[in-house]
Design a protein around this ligand. Structure first.
Ligand code: AMP
Ligand code: FE
Ligand code: FE
Ligand code: ZN
Length: 292
């Protein structure tokens, strides 16, 4: 059984629509795939309908934009109740921050001498998506300013770049709590990637577990062999679920092919069991089975 628990569709910064994501996941030989767009459940229904059609198990998820110790930390949230008003309000706050940042970002880029218009950015944002930096990166690529998204982040849109504008992100501990209260489970996404490793030392991860964290994404392209071995040890010590995933973005991210990392079926079973417990503890009538 091949399980990939982290992918993006064009409802956030992936390049393929949810139905196409699911079809390609089946084509890649996956039995289970999670859709985890940034801060939105907008792709869930389309992905679910497609999953029924092609015969693949869909896990409904999101990748939440959080902050801890001044650093950006990504938190995968699985099997939450999409109607939970607290979680919904919080993701809407993040999405609004992302959307409202665009004019300021454009102004900074213009001041720095980049020729880019609001129309360029709109054109680079797929239907149903909220403009994020990856789309602005695509607009810069289309304009011939840079060659790739990566280059745009490295030279223009990153924290030290001329086009950086900070936006709101949920405090990490709040996010973990919101996910639990929405009857779902949370897994730290690529915790030891360069951007978040400093603030996610083993002691901190232990505190996050005590606050309700269920798992660690260990097998991810941003982790080298040493990072994976180290994280696996931390997970084992703390009793956390270990996941492995592609973080696929379609054409939006190189070297993240569907199924390039996968989750052990035993670990996936643990994740689902934790979600059942979380749903029961949160008093959700609908079981994870009903929401599958
Ligand atoms: P935003 O949430 O709009 O600030 O954009 C941040 C998103 O950009 C992250 O969630 C990543 O998915 C994406 N991202 C960050 N760095 C890169 C990169 N070097 N290349 C492509 N996408 C990136
Ligand atoms: Fe992304
Ligand atoms: Fe991420
Ligand atoms: Zn991701």
């Amino acid at each position: 059984m091949r399980i990939d628990l982290h992918t993006h569709s064009s409802r956030s910064d992936g390049t393929e629509p949810p139905a196409e994501l699911v079809r390609l996941a089946r084509e890649a030989g996956l039995d289970v795939v999670a859709i985890t767009d940034h801060d939105t459940t907008a792709g869930w229904d389309e992905a679910a309908a497609a999953a029924d059609g092609v015969g693949i198990e869909l896990v409904r998820g999101m990748e939440l934009s959080t902050r801890h110790g001044g650093r950006s930390v990504h938190l995968l949230a699985y099997l939450t109740d999409p109607t939970d008003t607290d979680l919904l309000a919080e993701t809407e706050r993040v999405v609004a921050g992302r959307r409202e940042r665009v004019p300021a970002l454009l102004e900074k880029l213009t001041a720095a001498g980049f020729e880019l218009t609001a129309e360029d950015i709109e054109r680079a944002t797929p239907p149903g998506a909220v403009t994020g930096r990856p789309h602005i990166a695509d607009a810069l690529v289309a304009r011939g300013v840079v060659a790739t998204r990566d280059e745009a982040f490295a030279t223009v849109l990153g924290p030290n770049g001329p086009g950086f504008v900070r936006r709101y992100a949920t405090p990490l501990l709040d996010a973990i709590d919101l996910v639990s209260r929405a009857g779902g489970v949370s897994v730290l996404a690529h915790p030891w990637a360069r951007s978040s490793r400093q603030v996610l030392d083993p002691e901190t991860v232990a505190r996050l577990r005590d606050a309700g964290l269920t798992g660690l994404e260990v097998d991810h392209q941003d982790h080298d062999r040493d990072a994976r071995a180290g994280l696996r040890g931390v997970a084992e010590e703390l009793g956390l679920v270990v996941t492995g995933s592609s973080d696929w973005h379609g054409a939006g991210k190189a070297d993240h092919e569907l199924g390039c990392n996968t989750t052990d079926p035993e670990q996936y079973a643990r994740l689902r069991a934790a979600a059942r417990d979380a749903a029961a503890a949160a008093g959700r009538a609908d079981s994870t089975e009903a929401r599958r």
